[in-house]
Design a protein. Structure first.
Length: 134
């Protein structure tokens, strides 16, 4: 029963992470010391990295929405997915299903994932990764 809540949360997070990463690449500043003849190449390379991430984010949001339609359910993760997908596809129309609640939804409410805005505002890590992952 609770799989719907966790699955939709995971799909939303996958979409959001990929979208944020793509947007960061698209808006990355050009290094000041980069010669003019290399600036276009730099931008092209960033776009080559960003476009597949953008596509992955769209696919994740769409898969999430499809899951809700297939199960005729709605929750906050689907609502977040619609909101994010509308930035790419403003014409998308939300399915109108009753808000889904379950024990998993109740247990997830104790876990504060934060709103998409809060997730975006997380501080950058301060420690450098070490070899061996520890």
């Amino acid at each position: 029963m609770g799989q719907f809540e966790w699955a939709t949360a995971a799909l939303f997070m996958i979409g959001k992470i990929n979208k944020d990463f793509a947007e960061a690449l698209f808006s990355a500043p050009i290094p000041d010391d980069l010669p003019p003849e290399q600036q276009d190449l730099y931008i092209v390379r960033l776009e080559e990295l960003a476009f597949p991430l953008k596509k992955k984010s769209i696919n994740a949001f769409e898969a999430n929405i499809d899951k809700g339609k297939a199960e005729k359910k709605r929750n906050k993760w689907l609502d977040f997915s619609y909101d994010e997908l509308k930035t790419y596809k403003p014409e998308i129309v939300e399915a109108k299903y009753e808000l889904y609640t379950s024990e998993a939804a109740a247990s997830m409410s104790a876990v504060d994932f934060g709103s998409p805005k809060q997730i975006q505002d997380l501080p950058a890590p301060t420690a450098e990764p070490t070899e061996g992952g520890s």
